[in-house]
Write a protein that binds this ligand. Structure first.
Ligand code: SAH
Length: 237
């Protein structure tokens, strides 16, 4: 619950609570456990709520028609605008009784393997909590910053065009590209580099390589006077 940003836990007639095993398993989320409310019945737990969804692996004859988890999360969120809402889970041994299910407005079945459909309680909670988070953030929850953010700004239009021009001249000079018979080489290269979303540093590296290849084609080395200096050489654009 805490990993997905949920907070309010209600426990209905727990066998043992508080319990050292529960605290140990909550590792780092014991605040949520400490704040849990213990109720003696489901009716007491649902007091004040305006909408409750029951989670059940089994379809019941008398219960409401089960919805899909994703849709149920959207419905729950929409109802949360009007008042308190709840997700209701059964325990590991017996799940929810029919009477408990009928106290809820809707049912959800996680569409698991039909021959083995009962998830652990924690896993079922996590799936619904995740769907709720996705629904609450319009499918784009905040994400952690990259450990190594992009080192360079994106290259500008003219920097990229400068590189294409430079590359084209090299390909003509080395005989790789014949402008009289262009085929589809240049558009294909544009598509390739377009996918890469080049950064400034990357364009500089590519232009450095092209410049070094130009010099090698002319029988010069980078140290020699008159050498082309790649991206730094504006006349080359
Ligand atoms: N032996 C119990 C299993 C309970 S699993 C039984 O047969 O009902 C614990 C709880 O997790 C269930 O009560 C339900 O709320 C939830 N759960 C487990 N698998 C589920 C599934 N496939 N769809 C919806 N809820 C599920």
């Amino acid at each position: 619950m805490k990993t997905m940003g949920l907070q309010r836990l209600m426990l209905v007639a727990p066998q043992r609570f508080p319990d050292p095993e529960a605290t140990a398993r909550a590792s780092g989320a014991s605040d949520l456990l400490d704040a849990a409310t213990v109720c003696s019945s489901l009716d007491e737990a649902l007091q004040g709520t305006v909408f409750a969804i029951a989670l059940s692996a089994r379809a019941r004859d008398l219960g409401p028609e089960p919805a899909q988890a994703r849709q149920a999360a959207l419905d729950l969120l929409a109802r949360a605008e009007t008042g308190e809402v709840a997700l209701v889970f059964g325990n590991e041994t017996s799940g929810l009784s029919n009477a408990e299910l009928q106290r809820c407005h809707a049912a959800v079945t996680i569409p698991a393997n039909l021959d083995y459909s009962s998830l652990n309680l924690g896993a079922a909670v996590q799936i619904l909590a995740y769907e709720l988070r996705m629904a609450a953030f319009d499918a784009a929850p905040p994400r952690p910053q990259l450990a190594t953010p992009s080192l360079s700004d994106p290259a500008t239009h003219e920097e990229i065009e400068g590189f294409y021009g430079h590359l084209e001249r090299l390909m003509i000079r080395t005989g790789f590209h014949d402008p009289a018979r262009p085929k589809r080489l240049l558009p294909k290269l544009r598509r390739l580099f377009g996918r890469a979303q080049l950064e400034k540093d990357e364009v500089n590296i590519l232009r450095g390589i092209v410049a070094a290849a130009e010099m090698a084609a002319e029988g010069r080395t980078p140290g020699q006077a008159g050498g082309t200096r790649g991206a730094a050489d504006k006349s080359n654009n």
